[in-house]
Write a protein that binds this ligand. Structure first.
Ligand code: FAD
Length: 480
């Protein structure tokens, strides 16, 4: 097989769908299949792409077969884990989707505190299995988010300040490379590849299995949101800034700006009222959490305080119904420094500027264990940032596009990097470099050049291979 260039892949991918793949045991779904429209839908309803073929794998051998098939036919490849990325990169036009959504098994070894998770699992699958033993690892704050995409980009969540990012808890992966070879990558095996997979995204291969370190968490934790009126935003944020500066690592917080969602736990009279909602989760003894959270809860009269002992596994899915599959989403995101007064004023002035009541902004507090790993220790960039904010425009299929333009412009002067998993589909390519910083990005280019020199995996926030700067001493498993 002559190796296709990226351009050739795009050009030649107009071939008709082929509905058989040698050695493939999963389901092959092409345009004439009754399930095609369901199978090509991703979380973001604004994404409407039509692949030639969706190869729904049921095991690693299927992934190998699908990758080799796509390469042999010079077809574009998209990789689908949970199908949750806002940019919709899990699906492509033309080409083959290597779809892992049927590979959701999770195995836990409670004694050794490890979990093995297949590449199509969702965070709800992991939390369900690990919490049966009072264990957890850092995952996303919405349980229908995919493990694979989230982990490969870094992984931020309630537990990160205590236990590190998801990638900081990753011990090993099984990965199918662009050559269709299965490798195990860890600190000891292909360490350069393992480094890149811990933040570099889906650029280096299809991960079929993740091995995670687990920690004792809950199963009941002190958690929940406190809501204040939107007009109090600046004052609440000033208090919050000082409060989180000295907060222990056990405390994870996310600030949400927008209309109060109609969740059953929120009193009905507050539904759709513009509020600042500080979500909290204390990953330690409940009594300690009560003490730590006391100043925040007493800081200013709130509309409602819903903090209390709650099952961690339930808390992890508390926001699921606020970000429904099939609605339309458009995100802008950036890391932010510590909340200076001028930044707080900008946030308070603009955080409620979207017209749709479903739109919101969410700001994660980073620091803690995230910032104690050396910059460049894994491929996750900007570890010293204080906060990551996403401005999430949400509109239903029957509604007009919502927008965050003025808020985004106002935040420009405070921008300090970005989390790659919060990037949208129409970003300037420079933003991928911004997600890593120059030295991490340049090292990623070296690994990409070694493991995927033809940029087979480019349907992502792409790190383009260079023209010869391969990692010395590393080689792909079997050059073709
Ligand atoms: C509502 C919502 C909440 C979120 N909350 C959080 C959060 O709390 N914390 C956080 O860190 N992020 C969060 N995210 C961002 C999330 O990390 C990304 O959307 C991530 O890409 C989702 O993973 P997925 O497997 O569902 O991705 P998919 O959409 O399936 O895939 C996205 C990309 O990931 C890569 N990929 C996916 N699976 C594989 C695989 N098996 N092997 C190799 N590459 C693969 C591919 O490049 C693919 O294009 C959230 C996103 C949404 C929409």
């Amino acid at each position: 097989m002559s190796t296709p260039t990226t351009a050739e892949v795009g050009q030649r991918s107009k071939e008709p769908a082929v509905v058989e793949i040698d050695g493939f045991r999963g389901r092959l779904i092409s345009a004439d299949h009754a399930d095609y429209d369901i199978a090509r839908a991703v979380w973001n309803g604004a994404i409407d792409r039509r692949p030639h073929l969706i190869a729904r794998c049921i095991g690693t051998a299927d992934v190998v077969a699908a990758v080799r098939f796509a390469r042999d036919h010079n077809l574009e490849i998209a990789i689908r884990g949970g199908g949750h990325n806002v940019a919709g990169t899990a699906i492509c036009d033309d080409g083959v989707v290597v779809d892992l959504s049927a590979m959701r098994a999770v195995r836990v070894d409670p004694a050794d505190r490890r979990a093995w998770v297949q590449g199509g699992a969702l965070w709800g699958d992991v939390d369900h299995e690990t919490q049966a033993h009072g264990l957890a690892t850092t995952g996303g704050i919405v349980s229908h988010t995919g493990v694979a995409g989230l982990t490969l980009g870094g992984g931020v969540g309630w537990l990160m300040r205590k236990h590190g990012l998801t990638v900081d808890n990753l011990l090993a992966v099984d990965v199918v490379t662009a050559d269709g070879e299965l490798l195990r990558a860890s600190e000891d095996a292909h360490p350069d590849l393992f480094w890149a997979l811990r933040g570099g995204g889906g650029d280096f291969g299809v991960v079929t299995s993740f091995e995670f370190r687990l920690h004792s968490v809950g199963p009941t934790v002190l958690a929940g949101p406190i809501l204040w009126d939107a007009t109090d935003a600046a004052e609440v944020l000033r208090f919050y800034r000082d409060f989180v500066r000295d907060a222990p690592d056990e405390l994870g917080t996310v600030v949400r700006f927008g209309a109060a969602p109609p969740l059953s736990v929120i009193p009905e009279e507050l539904h759709w009222r513009p509020v600042v909602m500080i979500g909290t989760c204390y990953a330690g003894p409940i009594e300690d959490g009560e003490q730590v959270l006391r100043p925040l809860r007493a800081s200013r009269t709130s509309l409602v305080d819903l903090v209390g002992p709650t099952p961690y596994v339930g808390f992890q899915s508390a926001l699921d119904s606020t970000v429904v599959h099939g609605w339309n989403y458009y995100w802008k995101s950036t890391h932010l420094p510590e909340l200076r007064d001028d930044l707080i004023d900008v946030i308070a002035d603009h955080a409620f500027s979207c017209s749709s009541p479903r739109s919101y902004a969410a700001m994660f507090h980073l620091k803690g264990a995230v910032s104690r790993v050396a910059e460049g220790g894994t491929a996750f960039g900007n570890r010293r940032a204080s906060h990551a904010i996403t401005l999430d425009a949400v509109w239903r299929p029957c509604e007009d596009f919502d927008e965050w333009d003025t808020a985004w412009t106002a935040l420009r002067r405070f921008r300090e990097g970005v989390y790659v998993n919060f990037l949208g589909g129409d970003e300037d390519p420079d933003r991928v470099r911004e997600a890593y910083g120059d030295s991490v990005y340049d090292r990623l280019v070296g690994v990409k050049t070694t493991y995927d020199p033809d940029n087979v995996f480019h349907h992502n926030q792409n790190i383009r291979p260079g023209t010869g700067t391969r990692i010395s001493g590393a080689s792909r498993a079997r050059p073709r």
